[in-house]
Design a protein around this ligand. Sequence first.
Ligand code: ADP
Ligand code: TRP
Length: 316
Amino acid sequence: MSKKILLSGVKPTGRPHVGNYFGAMKQFVELQSQYESYIFIADLHALTTVQNRQELEENTTGVLLDYMAIGLDPKSVTIYKQSDVPQVAELAWIFNCLTTVPYLERAHAYKDAVANKKEPNVGLFDYPMLMAADILIQDADVVPVGQDQKQHVEIARDTAEKFDRIFQKCFKLPEPLILDTVATVPGTDGRKMSKSYNNTIPLFASDEEIEKAVMGIVTDSGADVPENVYAIHALLRDRVSLDALYAENKGQYKKLKELLIEDLKAMITPMRERRQALEEDKSAVLEVLKAGGLVAHERAEKKMEEVRKAVGLKLY
Ligand code: ADP
Ligand code: TRP
């Protein structure tokens, strides 16, 4: 039996953090041989916020290095960048014509932007249609993401059903893959870890950055267990050993933070060193991206031939 298809992506918008890793990226690595995997860099999506050539290029190469450093193996996974599959923009346009404005107005990312009195660009508004195209064009069965992306995968499902109803059956219905324990990884202030909240622990942090981030974790004095420290520590240890550690060091916030620093360093150091080694030969790493792009492009083109035919765009 052939393997099911897994697909996911990360936007090249800056350094990844521990929330991105546990919420999504770690699953890419753990599932890579169980599924036929497609993992990409969402550079077209990043354009809604990153509008500087050098920054986009550096961030994109950065995510590629991140993927390889966490252990994605190009022999098992097709790694590519979204813009090497321009058919996704074509498919997103077709989806735009089937989707209503009120439907997209209900999307969280757009609603948040409006609530924060930002004037969203059309790209942000249309973001879920491009994401639906990313997923559906590769026939994905499962999409590992954090909780904040669940609605987007549901929008992809709705869009597939709508297309299939109006034209003819072309698409598989994808499922989000969200692990309960890490659906929303908390940051150093207890809110969702997010670049925009300034509460992150960078995934490839230096020792000093780890120390600074952990020492900055907000603790509410009085409780035996510093909740925010424990919540992050729970990512790194099983419940039994964690509870034993916190019982042993009850009320000793500084000691507990030091123990968390130690555990974070043990996890991050080997990945950071692998990333540094990969960075020595960027051109070899870029070859991986180029080769993956060709594979993803070919699959997408095949799917689009089917779609164009179904829609009435293909006359010869
Ligand atoms: P960010 O949300 O930090 O801008 P991305 O949008 O590139 O980062 O997200 C990459 C992946 O990481 C997505 O699947 C997203 O759901 C996941 N993710 C981001 N923040 C968290 C978090 N705090 N907890 C769990 N998953 C997260
Ligand atoms: N929107 C996702 C994020 O912010 C990135 C993304 C774009 C994606 N297209 C996708 C994730 C398709 C999974 C599948 O993290």
